[in-house]
Design a protein around this ligand. Structure first.
Ligand SMILES: Cc1ncc(COP(=O)(O)O)c(C=O)c1O
Length: 411
């Protein structure tokens, strides 16, 4: 035996085969392609349109709050399920931004160390072996991964352009529907950039009630909206509070990805189940970070500034992509522009997958994107690229456009 641990890894991680797979996942392909391209072309800047995080740091107000709170003795304790001031501010924020009234902060809101761990813990609250999670693809995979870890099953609902990137519940076979316990949704959506409508959320509530399914709405991009579309909470729709929970994050709306702070809101029984699992998993986010988070939630103008920047960049990006042959539309939410990958390029070059195209784009043009092959061949451009002024944004996008045009892409 090579290693004492070889026969001890749990089956959920692949058991004896853990670490032996030779399959290279797309993010690794992209990472390797970026490293190789930088080495081959040291004279050229890599234009990174693949980043899923804000380019700005947290606001000065928020940084100041952390620096003041960090050394205070009263903040040193385990925070467990959080400080009431954070829950109260989160409730005020939900009312201000989403019009949600009457939330009981102590029973209906609990913080999380970002939304990722919340999404990881929710299956432990609800999934018994054999239960089914319905989840949209492409998408953020954490809830599905944990459902499988727990012996649950996952049924994928493809997000197709012809359905405006909404799932089609009619494709779910009756036996799957009978076992379905959770539905995971995310709007504004990563990666498609699609936003929900009240009508769609109403349809989700009816579907959930009819089939006895809990809805988890993952909402980290919900406050980032453009061109008249207003932030929309799933919980604001009639009946949603009875069947659903929503997971919010300060990561994207307040430029705080590394800070790890978010919260869950919804039905008090469901929130209590999350609080129970959380209590047995972590000891809460540092109180000073929760207090800095309160400062952020109080200052929604931070999000407004970010929205203005992303909106300006989307206008540039969408024009440049359309001039290069893509069919790009400015999304109403998120920071992603999701476009069909070309079928080929000059000299008979054919792309069988979006991943192949994305790799080609890095090698040939030093432009990095994220490919998705789950429901059609698409690539995702993000407006969080590095540019420290509006002028620089124009320069980056113009340079990207020149490089794209040279490829003579075929659609
Ligand atoms: C759809 C979606 N959900 C959840 C997350 C996790 O966000 P965080 O854990 O930073 O709150 C991300 C991050 O990229 C995301 O795109």
């Amino acid at each position: 035996m090579d290693n004492f641990f070889d026969n001890k890894i749990a089956e959920r991680l692949g058991g004896i085969n853990f670490g032996k797979s030779t399959v290279i996942y797309k993010f690794e392909i992209i990472k390797r392609a970026k490293a190789a391209a930088k080495k081959a072309h040291p004279e050229m800047d890599l234009i990174d349109m693949g980043v899923g995080e804000p380019d700005w740091p947290a606001d000065e107000l928020v940084v100041k709050a952390l620096s003041e709170e960090a050394g205070k003795a009263e903040n040193r304790w385990y925070a467990d399920n959080g400080i009431p001031e954070f829950q109260e501010e989160a409730a005020r924020y939900l009312e201000k931004v989403y019009g949600l009234k009457g939330i009981n902060p102590s029973e209906q809101i609990v913080h999380g160390i970002g939304s990722k761990p919340v999404l990881a813990m929710l299956p432990t609250c609800f999934i018994n072996p054999g239960d089914v999670l319905l989840t949209t693809v492409p998408g953020y995979p954490v809830t599905a991964t944990y459902t499988k870890y727990l012996g649950g099953e996952v049924f994928n609902l493809p997000l197709l352009e012809e359905n405006s990137f909404f799932p089609d519940f009619d494709i779910i076979p009756e036996p799957v529907l009978k076992k379905a316990k959770l539905l995971y949704l995310n709007y504004p959506n990563n990666p498609t950039g699609a936003v929900a409508t009240v009508e769609f959320f109403e349809k989700v509530v009816s579907f959930a009630v009819k089939n006895d399914i809990i809805v988890i709405h993952d909402a980290p991009y919900s406050a980032l909206t453009y061109d008249g579309y207003k932030p929309l909470s799933f919980l604001s729709v009639n009946g949603a509070m009875e069947v659903g929970i929503e997971v919010h994050s300060l990561s994207k709306a307040f430029n705080m990805t590394g800070w790890r702070i978010g919260f869950i809101c919804g039905n008090s029984k469901a929130v209590k189940a999350y609080a129970t699992v959380k209590d047995n998993t972590d000891s809460g986010q540092f109180r000073a970070i929760q207090k800095a988070g309160i400062e952020a939630l109080k200052h929604t103008e931070i999000t407004d500034r970010t929205i203005a920047k992303y909106s300006r960049r989307f206008d540039l990006l969408v024009n440049a992509l359309n001039e290069s042959g893509f069919d790009a539309k400015k999304p109403k939410g998120s920071f992603y522009c999701y476009v069909k990958a070309p079928v080929g390029a000059e000299n008979g070059k054919i792309f069988k997958t979006a991943t192949e195209f994305s790799e080609f784009l890095i090698h040939e043009s030093l432009i990095s994107t994220v490919p998705w092959d789950d429901a059609g061949k698409f690539i995702r451009f993000s407006v969080t690229f590095e540019a420290d002024s509006p002028q620089k944004e124009i320069e980056v996008i113009n340079e990207m456009k020149e490089r794209l045009k040279k490829l003579k892409l075929k659609f």
